[in-house]
Design a binder for this molecule. Structure first.
Ligand SMILES: [Zn+2]
Length: 245
């Protein structure tokens, strides 16, 4: 966190992927309330842990001021050992919870865009009046998926893979979507940018991702920082209002 802060990172959203991590994310936020907010969810890797008790515990904890979002939730057909027909209804319930509690969602989607899109269409038939319903973190779809999500009112998360030499299709999809719907993230400890591939990723990698996005849009890094920070503040309501002192 200190290294990230020394490089200009001003806000972190700490993701807790299942009930076993919720308390730790909340305590990080309580230790540094202006710097860290928590996102609590149930990752598709753990979709088989879903129960009505978990749903009600998540509903209650999501109302805490430390909690900026519900996530990660989603679909993973690449690595999750849990069957798609178990993942889908869990994702739908948690996405509906995000909508009913008016807390943005952080969606994880790997090789499952074909099933994610109809679920989003069902829960969110219309874009929000302003801002975003949530973010598809570490966006890995193509241009049609990016266009759909932007139109529906979702932000796209840009991570280390944007710096990988072979990822021209991803860069093109992001370029067509436009800076106005992008947020920067690292997905630490996974997916380090090109200069540190094979190593443990951490939030201080954000400037390298910002530099690549600046190249992509032919704008300055400070413009990218300003736009993506504004998007993240809007998405997660990262103001000091309501912060537990
Ligand atoms: Zn993820």
């Amino acid at each position: 966190m200190s290294r990230a802060e020394s490089l200009g990172v001003r806000r972190l959203v700490e993701i807790a992927d299942g009930p076993q991590e919720w308390a730790q994310a909340l305590s990080l936020s309580r230790a540094r309330p202006r710097f860290v907010r928590a996102a609590l969810g149930l990752h598709p890797y753990h979709a088989d842990q879903f129960s009505e008790e978990l749903f009600s515990a998540l509903s209650k904890k999501t109302l805490l001021p430390e909690v900026a979002a519900i996530g990660e939730i989603g679909l993973d057909y690449a690595k999750s050992s849990i069957a798609a027909d178990i993942q889908r209804p869990v994702f739908e319930r948690l996405l509906s919870l995000s909508k009913s509690l008016k807390k943005p969602c952080v969606i994880h989607c790997r090789e499952a865009y074909q099933d994610m899109i109809p679920i989003i269409e069902k829960i969110y038939p219309h874009p929000p009046e302003s801002g975003f319903w949530g973010v598809v973190h570490c966006f890995s779809g193509g241009s049609p998926e990016a266009a759909f999500l932007k139109e529906k009112g979702f932000a796209l998360g840009v991570d280390g893979p944007v710096t990988y030499p072979k990822n021209n299709a991803l860069r093109e999809a992001l370029r067509l979507a436009g800076l106005e719907c992008l947020v920067l993230e690292t997905d630490s400890p996974y997916l380090p940018p090109q200069s540190s591939r094979g190593k443990r990723n951490e939030p201080s990698a954000i400037p390298e991702i910002a530099a690549k996005v600046a190249d992509l849009f032919c704008v300055s890094i400070s413009h990218v920082a300003e736009m993506t920070t504004r998007n993240a503040v809007t998405l997660f309501s990262l103001t000091d209002q309501g912060v537990v002192k």
